[in-house]
Design a protein around this ligand. Sequence first.
Ligand code: GMT
Length: 380
Amino acid sequence: MKIGITCYPVYGGSGVVATELGKALAARGHCVHFIAYSMPFRLGHIEENIRFHEVNVNAYPLFEYPPYTLNLTSKIVDVVKYEELDILHMHYAIPHATSAVLARQILAKEGIRIPIVTTLHGTDITIVGQDPSFAPVVNYSINESDGVTAVSDYLRRETLGGDITADIEVIPNFIDTTRFRRHPKEHFKQALCPNGERLLVHVSNFRPVKRAVEVVEVFHRLQQAGHGIKLLLVGDGPDRAACEHRARELGAYDDVRFLGKQEPVEEILSIADIFLMPSGSETFGLAALEAMACGVPVIASEIGGLPELVIDGETGFLCELGDIDSYTSACDQLLKDDNLHQRMAKASRDRAVNMFDESIIIPKYESYYEQVMERATLAV
Ligand code: GMT
């Protein structure tokens, strides 16, 4: 199959899923064309059946806001036509699904039929998509897609109703569990935790929705309770400064390491003891899955799609949103009880391998593409 994939190429869950999907599809013999304004950051290097098409954004002086959606549309038209794509897969509805729907209309005038799959990742529905300045066009673009997938059942439920009437297939996030596994770098752990301290880790883009400052609060309480513990914060974004500030205020800064954006994150997760995700909204929680695959129990807020990933009391703990006491006591239990920790670490790894490995999820996308292409052919 010749598949066109559009995603946000920068740091973020939807771009990671789209890029890893493209790489995995290429490894299974498909030809994958990425169409984006820059090379997706997880792409690494281009291989034989992976191509990258850069969208040029026009900076004509009249445009205070360059019309990226239109540049993307034109590029999609071009790539579908000349590379003879079979299907388009748009990740994140805004504006990707809209560009694809418009491109499909333009191509139809030339007798070219191209089916569109749109994958909803989350904030395109839960936050940005609900903004009245986007909603009508987002709803239309989703309804006009030939196939729609959501990364969790929660997101499917959130999307349906109101003006969105499309059938939605749930295909969860996935992971390469041969890459994301525990490969402990003892010297790295030793450097960070010279006195055998335990390591609490948080990885995110530090947007307000991640509530990263709460991680610092929990960490401080654990220290106050007498645990020998260090905190590793990985990633960067708007709330990083607030975390630094709070860590200084609490006198905990010397025990907190801010690593910024890091690849490969699996090496960091491999030395973690607990992963904390206190997010205010999370449709799936890819970063938590990465931690689980590395055998790290996850403590998370009981919101969104997280209960579909983290099994409370089995692979970690789910706590009420914003309840710092509850996060702290969940961490405390794990830090005090080695047997419990070991059991949860194993259950986390097992769940990642048995439910979310790419060998299980990628075929779901392949068969969904086939269904959508067949439906689109029948509709002609
Ligand atoms: O988490 C983010 O803010 C990034 C965002 C994105 O769209 O890039 O991630 C969303 O998509 C991921 C991949 O499907 C999910 O694992 C994340 O849970 C989801 N984030 C939110 O819902 C906040």
